[in-house]
Design a protein. Structure first.
Length: 240
């Protein structure tokens, strides 16, 4: 499974990585590292772009400060040096201890190093595998990979016009969603579909427990509940 994030080399980021206790080399995290945002190309069209960090000749490591305080790391692979793209495969050392930790990306070249911060990691305990409770740090990113099974326990693939709907409500009795995200067949990742939460989805919401559900709306207007009325916890932080 691959998850991608845009991060800024010279600013504090708000990115959250998700993994499960004891996983080894099953999750690949891809970072696109921005050196400076909003550069104006000197042409008559004045195109605004992000200047990506040049990783030519660089070595990248992802350091994980585990919930028990132990620091481990994995070596990255630079896949596009001109566009600041590097990927890391999370090792068992990184996911051995459940809980919330912090990450630092270190870019090294010719004896110098650049450290990129503002990356957290949430490692789910194997004791909660099979439950549907979710949590997120307020104002961070989170990607969910949702698999759909039919009545015969066979994986269902979204068809043209199908929508997978993720909705968060204040309480069970509310009708309106305070967060609503959708996925289509274009969001397929291996056997599941990616639902992505952005920092703007939670940054203004108070910390506490909410309710979420995931449903399938088919192109023929059939509606199926995939996950019903489960706990969605927003972990506190500073409102910005």
């Amino acid at each position: 499974m691959e998850t991608e994030f845009d991060i800024n080399a010279y600013e504090r980021n708000q990115v959250s990585i998700y993994a499960v206790e004891g996983e080894a080399d099953s999750r690949t995290i891809i970072f696109h590292i921005i050196e400076k945002s909003g550069i104006q190309i000197p042409t008559s069209n004045a195109v605004i772009v992000d200047k990506m960090l040049n990783l030519d000749g660089c070595e990248a490591r992802l350091y994980v400060i585990r919930p028990d305080g132990t620091v481990v790391h994995c070596l990255g692979t630079v896949t596009d040096s001109n566009n600041g793209t590097v990927k890391f495969k999370l090792s068992r050392d990184c996911t051995e201890v459940p809980g919330n930790g912090e990450c630092v990306i270190v870019i090294e070249k010719s004896g110098t190093n650049l450290r990129i911060v503002g990356i957290s990691i949430e490692i789910a305990s194997i004791s909660i595998i099979g439950t549907t409770a979710l949590s997120i740090h307020r104002g961070t990113s989170k990607s969910l990979c949702i698999e759909i099974y039919d009545d015969n326990n066979v994986i269902y693939n979204l068809q043209a016009g199908d929508e997978l709907i993720f909705g968060v409500k204040q309480s069970i009795t509310d009708d309106e969603c305070i967060i609503k995200k959708t996925a289509t067949s274009a969001d397929k990742n291996e056997d599941g579909y990616i639902i992505s939460l952005d920092p703007s989805d939670t940054v203004r919401l108070p910390a506490g427990e909410y309710v979420y559900e995931i449903a399938l709306q088919t192109a023929t207007d059939d509606y199926y509940i995939i996950i019903d009325k489960s706990t969605f916890t927003i972990i506190g932080g500073v409102l910005i």
